[in-house]
Design a protein around this ligand. Sequence first.
Ligand SMILES: Nc1nc2c(c(=O)[nH]1)N(C=O)[C@@H](CNc1ccc(C(=O)N[C@@H](CCC(=O)O)C(=O)O)cc1)CN2
Ligand SMILES: Nc1ncnc2c1ncn2[C@@H]1O[C@H](COP(=O)(O)OP(=O)(O)OP(=O)(O)O)[C@@H](O)[C@H]1O
Length: 185
Amino acid sequence: MTELDLIARKAAARQAALDRRDGLDPALGARLAAVVLEQCPPPAGAVVSGFWPIGAEIDIRPLLAELEARGHAIGLPVTPRRGLPLTFRRWRRGAALVPGRFGTSHPEGEEIVPDFVLVPLLAFDRRGNRLGYGAGYYDRTLAGLPDAFRLGCAYASQEVDEVPVGPQDARLHAVATERGVVRAG
Ligand SMILES: Nc1nc2c(c(=O)[nH]1)N(C=O)[C@@H](CNc1ccc(C(=O)N[C@@H](CCC(=O)O)C(=O)O)cc1)CN2
Ligand SMILES: Nc1ncnc2c1ncn2[C@@H]1O[C@H](COP(=O)(O)OP(=O)(O)OP(=O)(O)O)[C@@H](O)[C@H]1O
């Protein structure tokens, strides 16, 4: 497959995933929290990065609140201009958030470097491949965090047979959904 074929296949898969996501219930994030805490909780002391939901993404705020209560340092991504990796700033419950690029929100706490990354996505497959919004932010960011555990967070219905991927796409170790954890195999 040529690079152009790959870009076209990703664009089609992305549009289909966005269409399917409309109408899903972000509040399923409460169940995702229970699944993560039971089946793959971050190790004690892990520095965890999350994300503040945009649009109809699954809402992982219940998980972030519980992990913070358990003593984990939590960071949220700050979105730089295109072509640069994300940075993460420390979030605490009740912290004020400021608006960032693409409808994102982030706190203004100190910068942290996560070793357990909760990754947003539009579609995933059983091998741990993921499709995002297409700006490559997580691919670039995860390339700089080679030892971090990468846990996708998604609705179960975002699973597809096969995500189109290229050499730069970062694989996930596992994906947590409201129905359970899919470990990459
Ligand atoms: N909640 C969340 N935060 C995140 C990401 C994400 O996917 N989800 N990102 C992952 O890289 C980074 C931000 N990157 C983004 C890049 C492009 C678009 C984008 O194209 N958004 C669409 C539609 C948004 C919607 O669902 O309503 C748009 O602006 O038209 C969004 C985020 C960092 N923070
Ligand atoms: N490690 C990397 N270093 C530099 N550029 C990269 C890297 N990974 C991906 N890119 C570039 O980012 C762009 C978008 O990649 P892709 O379509 O895979 O985004 P995505 O994974 O769907 O989105 P996101 O990661 O933002 O959620 C591509 O042009 C790709 O070449």
